[in-house]
Each structure stands twice: as C-alpha cells, then as structure tokens.
Ligand binder design. Structure first.
Ligand SMILES: Nc1ncnc2c1ncn2[C@@H]1O[C@H](COP(=O)(O)OP(=O)(O)O)[C@@H](O)[C@H]1O
Ligand SMILES: [Mg+2]
Length: 340
C-alpha cells in the first residue's frame, strides 16, 4: 500500500508514548491498542498523527483541513465520556467526507442496543436468548415466559462493564437485586437474558460488501473456580493476574465440525448485513451444549490490539497485524470512493 497520511483519533488518556520501555505490563495494557496501531502504521511507512479527542470536534476538523490526511483511523469509543456518542463521531467524519476506518454510524446504532439488535435478528431467524428489558424507575417483574437462570447486564454498556458472577441469577430476589445494581451502578437500563450454558465463541469479520469471516475463536473458561459460571466477567476480560491464575486463554476453537463452522460463518454474515455493520466487527456467540450458536452481541470496531482475539484470528487466517491495519485503511478508502 502506498504511504498515506493517517490521522488517528483516540481518547486523550490513551495517548501512547513513543516507546514501551520502562512501563509495566499493567500500564502498557491501558494504551496498548493505541500504541500498536500508531507504531505499526508508522512501521508500515505511513505518516501518522495521533489526536486526542474527548469534548471538542473542532480539533478534528482543523487537522483535516490543515494537515489534509488521506484517512482517519477511528479508535474513539466515546465522546463526552458517553459510549453511545461513538456514532456521532462517525457521522461527523461522514459529513466531512473523509474516509474513516471501522463501522458506519447506522451500524453503530443498530448494534449498540443489546435488545434492538436481538429484535432485528429474530426476524431473520438467528437463534437469540429470550430476554426482557428493565428500564430505570419502573417496576421490576420477571415476565413468566422468561425462565431462570438469567444473566443481567447493562442494555448498552460494553467491555463486560458491570458483569460479575453475581450477574447470573437463579431466583427472583437475585434478579431484582442485580437489575437494581445495573440501574444504580452502571446507570443504564438492564437486560435480563436466558442464560446459555456453554462455550464462549467470538467471530471476527472484515469487509464492506463482501465479507471475510475469520476463524472461530474461543475464550477458554474451564479454569474458573468450581461452581463459577463460565462467563467473561470484568475480571476475566481485564485483570491480567486473574487471567493467569485461572488459565484463561483464547485461541482457535477446537472440535467444531465443518457443518457447524459453515453455519456460524453464514450466521455471522447475516448478522452483519442485518445490523448494517461494515469495516470490521466481532460477533459474540454462546455455543450451547447441543451446538446451537446463540447470538449474544455484535461489536462493531472491536478491540484491535495485536494481542487480542480479532488480530490474532486474522493472523491465524494469514493476515498478519500490519496487513490487517492496511486492510482496514483500504476498506475505509474504498467505502468513501463507492459513495462518489
Ligand atoms: N445470554 C447469555 N448467556 C450466557 N452468557 C452470557 C449471556 N450474555 C452474556 N453472557 C456472558 O457475559 C459476557 C458479557 O456479555 P456481553 O453481552 O457480551 O456484554 P459486553 O458488551 O459487556 O461484552 C459474555 O461474553 C458472556 O460470557
Ligand atoms: Mg461482549
């Protein structure tokens, strides 16, 4: 790919240093994605400017007008500290007519609501767990059709925020307690879903019209303590020491028959089309004991650090990190061209 000017939008707290030397693993973990993207794009020959963005759009516009980047690498996951505003940043870039990596604003909106995405997918007969939403300040009562055990989550937050072992509830009292916890501590409506006992499966996708589905990836949770639910809690996802202690590793999913793989691939593509996702995305499933892949959530613009599941699955599929980032830039530019 010819060298490009790449403006990298990121949260100012995650502005990466020029080198990792002298930082602890926990410290690096905070800005490793930003570091990986900026350093790898530079190593790939691009001219790269990272820009911290949190409360103001004007710096984005100024950089685009003055520096004239060819493309924006969008690593922003929030604006004003609000994750749901990620779509507004993508909209702004769209209106500025600058190519940007990752998902378009419509896909970001459709995928965000864990309830909305599931409602749309039911229409396309994708298996989804039964669920109910509990808005703030309303009576909390389990509809009789919804059987325990359930898992209670924020309807809109991600990164396992607010997810702990106590999120899985097997009585109405615990349900009430956990819904209140989500309302109070996370500050959003709660969704209670049928708890799918089984394996934790992630599937990466790349592309705009034509989609490339990456190998099925699995988060191994068998090392969790006896009696603990096999779920990706906050600790499982973010606590390096905890991951090591419980042997939490991820890798290509084993013992998936070719038929099941084909089914998961087709489902993944249908999900992306239904939710209008483009750029890159990761679809999360729970694979039940009888091998039914249940849709759990769609993550447009998933974590793209070199060591995390998406990039590892791409590398496993013959797309090493540098090539992957270049592919994301090319997808951004091609999408913009297709509009002209
Ligand atoms: N319906 C479900 N059945 C079983 N486990 C679930 C279910 N929903 C979520 N989980 C577990 O909780 C984790 C986080 O839920 P998810 O909906 O992906 O939220 P987040 O956006 O915070 O990642 C999942 O990775 C999975 O381990
Ligand atoms: Mg998730």
């Amino acid at each position: 790919m010819k060298p490009l000017r790449v403006l990298v939008l990121l949260h100012p707290d995650f502005m990466p240093p020029d080198s990792r030397a002298g930082f602890s693993e926990q410290e690096i973990n905070v800005w490793k994605t930003e570091y990986d993207v900026v350093s790898t794009l530079r190593a790939s020959g691009h001219e790269v400017r990272p820009l911290g963005v949190q409360y103001e759009l004007k710096p984005i516009r100024d950089e685009i007008e003055n520096w004239k980047p060819d493309v924006v690498f969008n690593l922003l996951e929030q604006f004003h500290g609000e994750p749901a505003y990620d779509q507004n940043v993508a909209s702004y870039l769209e209106l500025l007519r600058i190519p940007y990596t990752g998902c378009n604003p419509r896909g970001l909106i459709l995928a965000r609501g864990k309830d909305l995405a599931k409602k749309l997918l039911v229409y396309h007969r994708i298996p989804v767990p039964a669920f109910a939403v509990f808005p703030m300040n309303r009576k909390i009562k389990r509809p009789p059709r919804l059987q325990l055990p359930l898992i209670v989550k924020s309807v809109s937050e991600d990164a396992s925020y607010g997810i702990a072992q106590a999120s899985v509830v097997d009585t109405d009292e615990k349900l009430l307690e956990r819904v209140r916890f989500v309302h109070k501590r996370v500050g959003t409506a709660a969704i209670a879903e049928q708890f799918i006992e089984g394996r934790e499966i992630y599937v990466g996708v790349l592309g705009n019209g034509r989609l490339r589905v990456l190998p099925v990836w699995e988060l191994q949770l068998d090392g969790l303590p006896e009696g603990a639910s096999r779920i990706a809690t906050e600790k499982v996802k973010h606590d390096l020491e905890y991951q090591e202690r419980h042997g939490i590793v991820e890798g290509p999913a084993k013992n998936i028959s070719p038929e099941l793989r084909e089914r998961i691939n087709n489902m993944t593509k249908r999900i992306c089309r239904t939710l209008e996702l483009d750029g890159y995305a990761r679809i999360d499933f729970r694979l039940s004991a009888d091998n039914v892949p249940y849709f759990i959530e769609a993550n447009p613009n998933p974590e793209i650090a070199k060591s995390e599941e998406f990039a590892r699955a791409a590398a496993h599929d013959g797309l090493p990190y540098r090539a992957l980032l270049n592919r994301l830039l090319a997808l951004a530019i091609n999408r913009e061209k297709a509009l002209e």
